[in-house]
Every structure is written in C-alpha cells, then in structure tokens.
Design a binder for this molecule. Structure first.
Ligand code: BES
Ligand code: MN
Ligand code: ZN
Length: 498
C-alpha cells in the first residue's frame, strides 16, 4: 500500500490546528490570519526568523516546534519571495517545497493560503495544492520493506484554508485531473519491462474507458492489414505481440478536426541486432516515455472533461535481438509506401512513429499532430535535461508549445529542419535509410519523421532527456518524470478549448 495524500479546502481562519504552514515574504510580516494565530506571542515570528537568518526568499523555511502559547503543535513559515513577482510556476513550486517540508510524523497539516498582499485567489490556492500533489508521488510498489523505524503506509491530510473554499475546490478539480495523468505517466515509465510489456501497456491504456475515452487496441494481424511494415519490423524479434492503441476523447464540437497526440512506446530497447552496450541498458525500460505521456494526457483531458476532440495513438513494441529480429540491411515498406533501408536496428523509434504519423494523418485528418518520443541520445548532447527538443513545420504550433512550456515549466527548445539535413537520410538502395551519420543525430531523426507527415501541421518533441532519469526538482523526485502531460494539457487548453 502506498502512502496517500488527501487534499481538503476550508475557510480561512486562525482556528486551532495541528501543524500550521504560513506564507511569509521578504517583509517578514505574518499575513492577517497568521497574525491572529500568533496573537498570544506577537513577537514569536520576528525572533524565530532573526535566529534562523530567514529572509522570506522562495525555497526557504523556518520550522518552530511546539511553540509555547500557540494552539498549534508546529509552525512552519514558508518563504514566498516577492509576491508581486509571482508567476504561476512559483506558486506550484512553493507547493512542492511545502510538501517536502511536512515532517514524516505529521499526518495532518494546515496551510493558511494568504500573504501580506491578501488571500491567494482560488487558482493560486489550487496551484499550491497541485505542487503538493506532484511532489508527493513516489514509486515504491516493488519495495517489500519500508525504511528504518517506519511503520505502515501513511495517510496524510493537507487542508488548505482559503478565502473561497468552493471556488478553490473547483479550480483544484481540473488540476487534480492533470496530476493524476502525470502520476499515471510516471507509473508507466517506472514499471519494469518484465511487467510492462506491450500487451500489458495496452491493457492499462484500455482502463481509460472508465473515464469515457473510447479505446481501440490493434494487434499484429490488424497492423499487418494496415501495412505498418516499419512498426512491425521493430517488434518482430520479440515474444510479445506489438500493439497500437488508439484513444479517443470527444469533448469538443461534433465533427471538429481532432488534435492528435502520438507516442513512441518501445517498452524495452535493447538496440536489437545492433545491440546496445550493457552499461545503463536498464534505463531503456523508459523508452516508452512518449506513449506514457500521451496516455497520461488522455487521462487528464477526459478526467477534466476538456472541451476538445483529442486522439492519442501509441505504438507499443519491444526491440529485441532474436533469430526472427530485423537486421541491418533489411529494406522495409512503410504504411505510406515509402521504403526504408535499415542501417542500425537501434534507430527503431522513428520506424514506429513513421507508420503512426502516416496512419494518423490519413485516418483522422488532424487539425495538428504532436508526437513525443525518447528518440535520440543526441538531443541530450544538444540540450541536456532542461529542455525537450522541438521540431516543427509550423511556427504557430511551435510558438504555442513554447509558451505552454514556459507556463508549466516543461520547456522546449526549437531545433532546425532543412533540406540539407533531410538529404543526409537518402539511401543508396531505398527511399531513405533509418540512420544518418554522426552529425546532427537529433535533427536527422526529425527529418526522417517529417517524411511521413505530408502537409499536416506537426510537431515532434524529442524527450530522451526529459522523460526519464530525471534530475530531482521541487515537483518531481521520480525517475520517470511524466514529462509532457502538463505541457500538452496546457497546449490543449490554450489553443483548442475556449
Ligand atoms: N531509445 C534510444 C534513444 C535514447 C538514448 C533515449 C538514451 C534515452 C536515453 C533510441 O532508440 C536510440 O537508440 N537512438 C540511437 C539512434 C542512432 C542509432 C542513430 C541513438 O541515439 O544513439
Ligand atoms: Mn534504439
Ligand atoms: Zn529507442
């Protein structure tokens, strides 16, 4: 049983509570309600912050145990930084910081959602709660023992005292849907590859039907009929059936062209016959991070009843070396009819996406399509883990993704697509090859994908650096980050709903 977090909203008051969190800025003054709480010992905060060197900066905290004369067992002052400069993400991150500060022993905490500038509005209070939710996640399903001295799972309740509890509850509902989608994506990325095979992933995606998502699972027979020769080649060395899952959420106008999201779902990438070196190969369980993000996104959209027609398509395969595996030198015929010479069986993600992009375009006539893929190591050489690579044939879509990234903190950086790079993928024997040379590896991979999108408005996000093995932040401590769910949810709310 994992730890659980219950989030509640109630009216702003100085009523007694167990563990209280107050928000304090650089003026070091308690907000009005906190001042009421502190009334029995008016100079307590002043003395505490002086003793601690606390300056009210964001990310800093003062912790007062059993403060004498007060009705609380503990008082935590959380630094807010300058409230006039607050951006949305500052509030979400503050929530993450507070979550980390809540002591293990404390099972109920109360946050007074107010600064000296006044009470937080409903959206800000909900953003704070979102931060707590995102930070709270841990993947410990396979740990049979808990840490030293720990007992069973903890059931924590955090109560947000706000100006308008009803409005805050409503604002949080949509954010909770997104947080659930992020946690689903994280679970999928963290799951080991012996558990999360393509059929098991398809089963988990199918559970979205409970939210009103229409789910169709296509197995190898159907994929063959569709002519997905590129995708099927990747999975042909695996004991597991390759699958394509189509998830459909119709929350928008009848007949309106859908937004389509496509994910690379290589449940394990050994490299195939062009096998990878052993060191770090276990990380390739996360090579389905694109498919996980798409599944998490569909969960979020359906759970918050987004007013959009959206389709998620994920290609689930396992890339294994085997007597039946595809080889370097093979020439594949993709669903588009274009032929591909295999140079390297480790450049498999683009083969999966080639057929999905073509299928999406032909079947759904999308208003736009965005694919996510842990596609190349080269994108990490270029951008590290701070930005995902963005490749697109459309300036408006690029602009929308860039601003959604800045708003949510899931940032993207645009990379070039030009005919000179495209040429690097020409083949001696077929229409194209699946791997270019050493130069510009992330770009040549994107050029390969572009050969399957035609004139459809399209963006490709290379998330090899952001989806897995993630640096720990205020909002994520998990190996699988769930990256992309919040970004794309925001893209949808900003460009499709409204
Ligand atoms: N899944 C990998 C890319 C990857 C590497 C993701 C490290 C996350 C962390 C992809 O299938 C791959 O192997 N790409 C090759 C392409 C090359 C053979 C052209 C790469 O990046 O080396
Ligand atoms: Mn590979
Ligand atoms: Zn891969």
């Amino acid at each position: 049983m994992p730890d659980t977090l219950k989030i509640a909203f109630e009216a702003l008051s100085a009523d007694p509570c167990d563990q209280a969190v107050i928000l304090v800025g650089p003026d070091l003054k308690p907000p009005a309600t906190a001042a009421d709480l502190l009334a029995p010992v008016p100079d307590l905060l002043k003395r505490a912050v002086a003793a601690d060197g606390f300056k009210g900066k964001s990310g800093s905290f003062v912790d007062l145990l059993a403060p004498q004369g007060l009705s609380v067992s503990r008082l935590i002052a959380a630094g807010t930084g300058k409230v006039e400069d607050w951006k949305e993400q500052d509030v979400v991150r503050l929530g993450g910081g507070i979550c980390a500060r809540l002591p293990d022993a404390a099972l109920s905490a109360t946050i007074l959602c107010e600064t000296t500038a006044g009470p937080l509005d409903a959206g800000q209070a909900a953003d704070l709660a979102l931060g707590l939710r995102l930070r709270f996640y841990a993947f410990d399903r396979y740990k049979t023992k808990r840490g030293n001295g720990e007992e069973g799972p903890k059931r924590r309740t955090v109560t947000f005292r706000v100006a308008d509890p009803k409005a805050a509850r409503k604002a949080f509902k949509a954010r909770e849907a997104v947080a659930d989608g992020v946690d689903l994506a994280r679970d999928l990325v963290n799951e080991p590859p012996n558990v999360l095979s393509p059929p098991e992933f398809a089963r988990r995606a199918s559970a979205l039907d409970k939210l009103g998502v229409e789910v169709a699972v296509l197995g190898e027979r159907e994929l063959k009929k569709l002519g997905m020769g590129a995708l099927l080649a990747v999975g042909q060395g695996s004991r597991k059936d390759s699958q394509v899952v189509v998830m459909r959420w119709d929350g928008g106008r009848d007949g309106a062209a859908p937004a389509v999201f496509i994910g690379k779902g290589v449940c394990f990438d050994t490299g195939g016959i062009s096998i990878k070196p052993g060191e770090g190969m276990q990380d390739m369980k996360g090579d389905m991070g694109g498919a996980a993000a798409v599944t998490g996104l569909m969960h979020a959209l359906a759970a918050r009843k987004a007013r959009v027609n959206a389709i998620g398509i994920i290609g689930l395969v396992e890339n294994m070396p085997d007597g039946n595996a595809y080889r370097p030198g093979d020439i594949l015929t993709s669903m588009s009819g274009q032929t591909i010479e295999i140079i390297n069986t480790d450049a498999e993600g683009r083969l999966v996406l080639a057929d999905l992009l073509w299928y999406a375009r032909e079947t759904f006539k999308p208003r736009f399509m965005v694919n996510l893929a842990t596609l190349t190591g080269a994108i990490m050489v270029a951008l590290g883990q701070e930005h995902a690579g963005l490749f697109s044939n459309d300036d408006d879509l690029s602009g929308s993704l860039t601003s959604a990234g800045l708003a949510t903190g899931e940032r993207v950086w645009r990379m070039p697509l030009t005919s000179e790079y495209d040429k690097l993928m020409d083949s001696q024997f077929a229409d194209m090859k699946n791997a270019g040379g050493r130069h510009a590896g992330a770009i040549t991979a994107a050029q390969f994908l572009q050969r399957f999108v035609g004139d459809t408005t399209w963006a490709h996000l290379d998330i090899a650096g952001t989806a897995m093995n993630s640096p720990k932040t205020d909002l994520n401590r998990s190996w699988g980050s769930g990256w992309g769910v919040r970004l794309l949810d925001r893209l949808v709310s900003e460009t499709c709903e409204g």
